[in-house]
Ligand binder design. Structure first.
Ligand code: NAD
Length: 418
């Protein structure tokens, strides 16, 4: 699997694992077994476009480990999708699920397309063909998908429908993050962003930051928009938001409701007249108390980590901070990092709730869901901070080592087959 290392995200996930394995003194015999992905599936997807032309897309699914239960992870539609990136995201999902004590291994899937370039009909056909090609490898007890960048509730509804047709009856537990009307969970759509806001707000309390702390969010999709709305509810001031088309900045605070209406009409924040236009690169460097990267990976690098002006870095996106940037942040010591595998875990936790509800055909109230979610997030944050203090290590190393240790424990006690 050495070829995967050509992908920078996979290399980063492996280097991160190696450093944490060193810290944990992990026996050599367990390292490769824990680090390498169990299954990599790549399929060709011939799809008829609206023009009548048939185009063949490439779809991937990586299942990182199968030790603790089915694998779980999102499906991404983005032009940058590559097998190595998908494998990195699957690995991070493994540590994330284990850290939150969910009975899952990590997985991720993706198709290298820009969904904005395709009609709804074309996206439906791509999704259905991807699902049908993956049928031998997925199932409620094997691998359960969810939305990620570029996919949404509708994508999950098409996946569930395609799978259910093959099986002969409705199987809601095959995906999470689907509409509530077909077995989705209340709160799942908002869960990742609200979880990010809950944790950022709790850390702001620990650091005794002002109630109207300034917040900058990169990404205004599912995670970014609900994180911004959540922070505003806690009384914070949203001073900057960026998306793929550029950013908008107003040190006095953006009117979030107006911005949401504007984005619904214009499909992006760019051009909104409630603030000044700013590039995404500059947006990250503006003064604020809380910075939330909620778009792409590797956006905090050795080029900008030394220039960040935030007190809390709440990682809504997966893998937003490179290893080099991490070293700079450690040296600086003035930025409280809430690492991705903790910060954005609200999504997979409520996905787990959705799966459990589907398996039991018994559904919970929104209050029940958020009470349970916040209890798990609060407890996990406390555990990570305690571990970091105990060993005098950074929060990312603490979170990763706790997650990785649980996977190692599972592998050790189950033993090696045959
Ligand atoms: P999304 O597709 O709903 O939104 C992505 C946002 O990022 C959009 O606003 C888009 O315009 C913006 N974006 C894309 N390219 C950009 C660029 N070059 N510069 C600035 N902004 C850019 O995706 P999402 O579901 O919100 O996921 C965002 C991140 O959060 C991803 O890293 C994803 O893996 C992670 N995540 C998502 C979930 C979830 O439940 N959706 C859970 C955990 C982690």
């Amino acid at each position: 699997m050495k070829h995967l290392l050509a992908n920078p995200a996979y290399k980063m996930a492996c280097d991160q694992f190696d450093a944490v394995a060193d810290f944990m003194n992990m026996p050599v015999a367990l390292r490769e077994r824990t680090k390498l992905p169990k299954r990599l599936v790549t399929v060709s997807l011939p799809v008829r476009l609206d023009s009548g032309e048939v185009k063949v897309f490439e779809g991937h699914r990586v299942q990182h480990h199968l030790t603790l239960g089915p694998t779980k992870g999102g499906l991404r539609y983005h032009p940058g999708v590559e097998l190595g990136e998908v494998a990195a995201l699957a690995m991070w999902m493994s540590w994330k699920c284990a850290l939150a004590d969910l009975p899952y291994g990590g997985a991720k899937g993706g198709v290298a397309i820009d969904p904005r370039q395709f009609s709804v009909g074309e996206l439906e056909r791509i999704t259905r063909r991807y699902t049908s090609e993956m049928i031998p490898f997925i199932g409620p007890q094997t691998d359960v998908m969810a939305p990620d960048m570029g996919t949404n509730e509708q994508t999950m509804a098409w996946m569930m429908d395609t799978y259910s047709h093959q099986i002969g009856h409705a199987v809601p537990s095959i995906v999470t993050g689907k509409p509530v009307s077909i077995g989705g969970s209340l709160g799942r759509k908002e869960a990742t962003g609200r979880g990010v806001a809950f944790l950022a707000n709790r850390v702001a309390d620990i650091l005794k930051l002002p109630e109207d702390s300034r917040v900058i969010v990169q990404g205004f999709g599912n995670v970014g928009s609900y994180a911004a709305a959540g922070m505003a509810k806690y009384g914070a001031r949203i001073v900057g938001i960026g998306d793929v088309g550029g950013g908008i900045y107003n040190p006095k605070g953006l009117d979030l409701l107006k911005l949401e209406e504007y984005v619904a009409r214009n499909h992006g924040v760019s051009g909104f007249d409630g603030g000044d236009a700013i590039s995404n690169a500059d947006l990250l460097l503006q003064p604020c108390e809380i910075l939330i990267p909620a778009a792409l990976d590797r956006v905090i690098t050795d080029k900008n980590a030394g220039k960040l002006q935030c007190r809390i870095l709440a990682e809504g996106a997966n893998g937003p901070t490179t290893l080099e940037a991490d070293a700079i942040l450690r040296q600086r010591g003035d930025i409280f990092v809430i690492p991705d595998i903790l910060c954005n875990s609200g999504g997979v936790i409520v996905s787990y709730f959705e799966w459990v509800q589907d398996l039991q055909s018994f559904f919970w109230s929104e209050t029940e869901i958020f009470d349970k979610l916040y209890r798990i997030l609060g407890h996990t944050l406390d555990t990570v901070l305690k571990e970091a203090r105990k060993h005098n290590i950074d929060h990312r190393t603490a979170a990763l080592s706790l997650g990785i240790q649980k996977v190692v424990n599972g592998k050790t006690i189950r033993g090696l087959f045959p």
